[in-house]
Every structure is written in C-alpha cells, then in structure tokens.
Design a protein around this ligand. Structure first.
Ligand code: GLV
Ligand code: MG
Length: 298
C-alpha cells in the first residue's frame, strides 16, 4: 500500500500511528513507519508522520522512535487533537532534544497541528503561534463532530435541519489563524471514499474559502482534490494578465499609474494582491499560461 502511494500525484504523504492503528498494533507500527520513511522513494512529496495525541501514553515514544529512526527522511510531525499552545511547545522541545542528540539540523522538522475538538478550536490562534515549527493547521472534521456532539455520521455533509453550513465557523476560524500566522490551512478527510461527488461537494466549500488542500484517503479522491484546489485555467490566465498589466501600468514606461482599466475592469494594488493568490495557486499546481499581456500601443 505504501509502495503504491509513492507513485500517486499527491503533494504529501502521512504515515499514521494514531486513529487508523489499533491499540495493540501501535508499538510495532512505529518500526513499520521508520522503515517506510527510510526505504521508500518519496521524492517530491512532503513526508509526515501522525503520532498519537497527548492524552495517550504513546506520544513521546512515537516521536522518539520515529525521529531517532528516520529523522533525516521526515519533514513534519503531525500532532492530532491539539488542545493548547503548550502541547505544541512540548513537541517542539522534544524535537529539538532529539535533533541535537542525533546530529540533525535543529528546527528543520516542522509541526502540523490538527484541530479536532472544541478546546483546540478555542485555542487555535495560540496553537498557530506556539512554535516556529508550525507549518500547517489541519481541520479534523470527524473527531471535531464527535467533540461538539454534532448528530451526524457523514463527515462534512450539510444538515437539512440547519439553515446554513454548520462547518463555516470552524473552517473560517482555522483559516483565519493559519493566515494570521502565515501557514497552510488544510481540510481533513471525507470518509465515504467511493463517493467522489460527495468529496467534491465538501472540498469545494473549503477551497472557496481559500484552503490550500484536503486530505485524501483513497487514490480515487486525488484527481478531484487536485482539480478543486487549483484555480480554473481561465482564472489563472486572468490573474497572470492582471499581474502583468499592473506591473506595466505602474512602471515609468506605463505612465506610473496605480489604477487602470484592464478591459472592463479597474485594477489597482488590491487587485494585484488577489491576482497574486490565484496565480500562486496556479503555478503551484503546474498550470501554464494560455494568454499573454500586450502593452497598449498608443
Ligand atoms: C481526522 O483525523 C478527523 O478526525 O477528521
Ligand atoms: Mg481525527
């Protein structure tokens, strides 16, 4: 299964020691994860291990075994069910000690924090700012729904009884904290792995807010995720045109103008910032420009 994952077009892989591993299998799983990191060819992918959360007895040995065994081949540790900034600081300090002992570059291994319960959501800003190692804040919808007693078994699906999107607040609060800290915001899993339409419906909501991506649990979800979190070709082209046009018009050659017309649309510095977001997402997704800016001739 891990061998197959190496060839899939996903940006990140994570090896799990947490909820997908049965309690009696937790200890042997650590060795499997170390072997997968050291022996697999993960070129081009961010390599992450999800350890057990800090209310369990397993967390410290998960971190020590994995980072001592495969620290060179690990990019981030994912901490699930984070509740406070202090929990992130605990992981940061432990990583620093292991890095020092093992002669690894101190601070290279990042932290991905999963927000999956009411206390974690209350403290999400503190969590985002708790360590320079924080690279990503992730929404964990399944645990979160359980934590707040949401009466549904379909992760992320809208309730016919609620006049709106019952996930809007939590998604936006996580996004706000991630952007305030300048790190990635990632949406969590969709458990009905054969229902790609359902996956798409949930993914489009977080993509529309500005989320950077979403977990996939099955190869069948990857194509939809890559398409949904990348801009459409025409939006990407339009964003690149705005950037070029704005750069030209604000230059000496273009007349040092800060607000100009591009077709029927007025563009200014705020338009440039919005275009930068779309263009950045398009470039990251490997889109190529299909249109070119031509400065006006007269
Ligand atoms: C993921 O871990 C989730 O609980 O949704
Ligand atoms: Mg979870």
């Amino acid at each position: 299964m891990l061998g197959k994952a190496q060839g899939l077009p996903a940006d990140q892989i994570f090896c799990d020691l947490e909820d997908s591993v049965a309690p009696l299998a937790k200890e042997p799983a650590r060795g499997n994860v170390v072997a997968a990191l050291n022996e697999g060819n993960w070129t081009g992918k961010t390599r992450v291990v999800r350890v057990n959360d800090l209310t369990t007895k397993w967390t410290y040995r998960d971190v020590i075994t994995v980072v001592e065994g495969a620290g060179e081949n690990l990019d981030c540790v994912m901490l699930p069910k984070v509740q406070t900034g202090a929990q992130v600081q605990w992981l940061d300090l432990l990583l620093t000690q292991i890095e020092e002992v093992m002669g690894l570059e101190v601070g290279r291994i990042g932290i991905e924090a999963q927000i999956e319960n009411a206390l974690g959501l209350s403290n999400v800003k503190e969590i985002a700012f708790a360590s320079p190692r924080i690279e990503t804040i992730i929404f964990g919808p399944a645990d979160f729904m359980a934590s707040v007693n949401m009466p549904s078994l379909v992760v992320g699906a809208l309730s016919p009884h609620y006049p709106g999107d019952q996930f809007h607040y939590v998604l936006f609060k996580i996004l706000e904290a991630a952007r305030a800290r300048g790190v990635q915001a990632i949406d969590g899993p969709y458990l009905h792995i054969r229902d790609v339409d359902g996956f798409g419906e949930v993914a489009r909501k977080s993509a529309a807010l500005g989320y950077d991506g979403k977990w996939v649990l099955h190869p069948g979800q990857i194509e939809a995720a890559n398409e949904i979190y990348a801009p459409r070709q025409e939006d990407y082209d339009h964003a690149e045109l705005i950037l070029d046009a704005y750069a030209w018009h604000t230059s000496a050659e273009g007349g040092l103008r800060g607000a100009v017309m591009l077709g029927d649309e007025m563009i200014d510095e705020a338009s440039r910032k919005m275009a930068e977001v779309i263009a950045g997402k398009g470039r990251a997704a490997g889109l190529r420009r299909a249109a070119k800016f031509e400065p006006p001739t007269s």
